[in-house]
Design a protein around this ligand. Structure first.
Ligand code: NAP
Length: 249
């Protein structure tokens, strides 16, 4: 008699909309059960859950602010309560508070670093503890091409995303011997709420700098994340994969 196949369980931070939602759906298509984390968007998170469950997997929405240790602890406790394990962590939650440095407040610097970098650190810690015990796991961090190239008006955001690359490579070295891989994906200019707020002239100018000649879609990034999360990608760690239409090459 064959044993029932245990589905892998994924935690996606900021899974309520944009790239995070596309990642949840891509992982559901791979047959993973999904924990859809959100901070404010309860209805949007419910929609992501519905899109995942339609694909024949289980999905739950968990409200948690990942910039706090309590939030991350709660997120992982609820994930384990739901699925008994965590095989994949995608640190996707992110915010921007753009301004030129002379106008950038300390509060907005801290806000972005806490959500984007500290949040990923706290989630990695929760995940690593469990993955090391399992002797397997996949961690994928959402960085950005601005981490590699810089961007005027985004010293806080670029610092957080560059920090994620250092975190990714260091953690990849720490966890490699335990069968846990850690990689980063660096999207370019992707059509989501985050970029919709940019003035049209800026969007047009940015599109001109993309060799493939189009703005990226959330699915373009989600496909790369799903590739790194796949069981077959076990010999790939400490890498930064740019999904940017050639923008940063
Ligand atoms: P988005 O549309 O603005 O969505 C951001 C997501 O993060 C939302 O689901 C939001 O949840 C969640 N979030 C924010 N702060 C959170 C917190 N403290 N705790 C938990 N969840 C939190 O962003 P996106 O464009 O999809 O970007 C996703 C990731 O890709 C981000 O890390 C971003 O920096 C990165 N990225 C995006 C682009 C781009 O062009 N769009 C380019 C490079 C990198 P709620 O709505 O529930 O609050």
């Amino acid at each position: 008699m064959s044993e029932a196949v245990v589905k892998r369980a994924a935690v996606v931070t900021g899974g309520s909309r944009g790239i995070g939602r596309a990642i949840c759906v891509a992982l559901a298509k791979q047959g993973c059960n999904v924990v859809v984390n959100y901070c404010h968007g309860v209805d949007a998170a419910a929609e992501t859950v519905a899109q995942c469950t339609t694909l024949g997997v289980q999905a739950v929405a968990v409200q948690a602010d990942v910039s706090t240790a309590e939030g991350c602890k709660k997120l992982f406790e609820e994930a384990v309560n739901a699925f008994g394990r965590v095989d994949i962590l995608v640190n996707n939650a992110g915010v921007t508070r753009d301004n030129l440095i002379l106008r950038l407040s300390e509060e907005d610097f801290d806000k972005v670093l806490n959500a984007n970098l500290k949040g990923a650190f706290l989630c990695c810690k929760e995940a690593a503890r469990r993955m090391v015990r399992q002797r397997s796991g996949r961690i994928i961090n959402l960085s950005s091409v601005v981490a590699l190239r810089g961007n005027a008006g985004q010293t806080n955001y670029a610092a957080s995303k560059a920090g994620l690359i250092g975190l990714t490579k260091s953690l990849a070295r720490e966890l490699a011997s335990r069968g846990v891989t850690v990689n980063a994906v660096a999207p370019g200019f992707i059509a989501t709420d985050m970029t919709a707020v940019l003035p049209e002239a800026v969007q047009t100018e940015m599109t001109k700098g993309i060799p493939l000649g189009r703005v990226g879609q959330p699915d373009d990034v989600a496909n790369a994340v799903a590739f790194l999360a796949a069981e077959q990608s076990g010999y790939l760690t400490g890498q930064v994969l740019c999904v940017d239409g050639g923008m940063a090459m």
